[in-house]
Design a protein around this ligand. Structure first.
Ligand code: FUL
Length: 449
């Protein structure tokens, strides 16, 4: 057992995984033929002429993301319907057959340029499942896919993330495509070495739900077989809880899980959710946009649970992010700023004592503080090591427990009822080797009071 703990404690993120984790907030942009048909999954028979945004402005999308604190976006260059947002030379089923800009437009290019202008990361969603391509289900599709991937990797400057969806609805038709994952990965590493490869890929793991809520216990160090593509959950659409299977288990990296593993890998969680019920824009959902309160709760339960949030903001038929979504985002950003602007421990003195398995950090503040939110971070460059944490505070000479939790990782945020104290202790009763805590903060969230 101690051998496996030593191994687990020393698994570390790659440079690209570290950069990605530190982004914390990333946005999905679902846009395509479905925007115009009102569907969620197009079947590939849609007339490209339906694609006709009246006033598409990619700069508005990216500005909106930037102002709300998002650091990277992922655009659906091709969804399951096979319609390409760039003029691929390998198919006619694309923007070039649409009336938009008389067939001379390129959404991928406009978004890539806007990202560069605003200084935020640019990622691409390219659906492996393609319901339009006549090649799908045959060996020729693998070449078609590589060709499209090559266009995207070579014509738009730096790509920071590739997102390969596991979804596939061909169970009934029996059409089966055997993907050549290793070819994709080799090509990406060669052409875009900085990009992380997500979901059906080795760098970033799909958390296992589309709710926006991550696990209470989220280990970035998991058994190596998590990388086997056939184990990666596909049909994700109806999953609202962590289903009891493989990558959707409640716990992926506990000592029970890793002690049986033949290898361990750094494979962190990305938490995708839409600001609306659907992934694509539908006018009838304008009044179902998530509220700033819900978005804040999602933030606390994704970024605050050692994950990266991937929040979907679908542009509408005009080719603009709607005012409903912008309003909700502004409210969310204001809450976020208000909550974390004032670290009540900024004048605190802290003393750390490492025991055999236990670490105790004693915290004293000059004047009593009132807080209801604890933020913890581990320096994950050295690995993920904390299994359990407890916050105590002294009240009338007696030590009381404020809150306890399990993993920390890059960031852990927990909220509780307001407490007033001037002496505190953070106890880590269980760690994998010596922990490296890089920040401890206490905050007061207004809505919690
Ligand atoms: C799923 C897809 O089927 C949805 O349409 C959406 O793109 C979501 C992010 O992933 O698997």
């Amino acid at each position: 057992e101690s051998d496996i703990i030593r191994k687990a404690a020393n698994v570390r993120p790659s440079a690209r995984q570290l950069r990605w984790q530190q982004l914390e907030l990333t946005a999905f942009l679902h846009f395509g033929i479905n925007t115009f048909t009102g569907r969620e999954w197009g079947d590939g028979t849609e007339d490209p002429k339906l694609f006709n945004p009246s006033s598409l402005d990619a700069r508005q999308w990216i500005r909106t993301c930037k102002e709300a604190g998002f650091k990277q976006v992922i655009l659906t260059a091709k969804h399951h319907d096979g319609f390409c947002l760039w003029p691929s030379q390998y198919t006619e089923h694309s923007v070039k057959s649409s009336p938009w800009k008389a067939g001379n437009g390129d959404v991928v290019k406009e978004v890539a340029e806007a990202c560069r202008e605003y200084g935020i990361g640019f990622g691409i969603y390219l659906s492996p499942w393609d319901r339009n391509s006549p090649y799908f289900g045959s060996a020729a599709y693998n070449d078609y896919f590589i060709n499209q991937l090559t266009e995207l990797l070579t014509q738009y400057g730096q790509i920071d993330e590739l997102w390969f969806d596991g979804a596939n609805g061909e169970e009934e038709t029996g059409k089966k495509q055997v993907y050549e994952f290793n070819k994709w990965y080799t090509l990406i590493r060669k052409l875009q070495p900085k990009a992380v490869i997500a979901v059906m890929g080795p760098d970033v793991r799909w958390v296992g739900t589309e709710t926006g809520y991550g696990r209470e216990t989220e280990w970035s160090v998991v058994p190596g077989d998590a990388l086997l593509q056939d184990k990666i959950a596909a049909a994700s659409q109806k999953v609202t809880e962590f289903a009891p299977a493989n990558m959707m288990d409640d716990d992926l990296g506990s000592i029970e899980k890793i002690s049986k593993a033949s290898s361990l890998v750094w494979y962190p969680a990305e938490i995708d959710v839409s600001i609306r019920p659907g992934w694509f824009y539908h006018e009838e959902e304008d009044h179902k946009v998530k509220s700033p309160e819900t978005l804040m709760d999602i933030y606390l339960s994704s970024v605050g649970r050692n994950g990266v949030l991937l929040l979907n903001l679908p542009p509408d038929k005009r080719g603009l992010i709607s005012d409903y979504d912008i309003k909700a985002l502004k409210g969310f950003k204001a809450k976020l700023d208000e909550t974390f602007a004032n670290d009540l421990l900024k004048n605190a003195s802290m003393k750390t004592k490492h025991g055999k398995d236990t670490t105790i950090i004693t915290i004293a503040v000059p004047n009593a503080i009132e807080f209801n939110t604890l933020l913890l971070q581990e320096d994950i460059r050295k690995g993920q090591r904390v299994t359990q944490f407890e916050l105590f505070y002294k009240q009338e000479g007696i030590w009381k427990k404020a809150i306890s939790g399990t993993t920390i990782g890059h960031k852990r945020i927990v909220t509780f009822k307001t407490i007033k104290a001037d002496e505190l202790r953070l106890i880590l009763p269980q760690t994998r080797l010596k922990p490296f805590i890089s920040s401890i903060g206490l905050y007061s969230q207004q809505s919690q009071l």
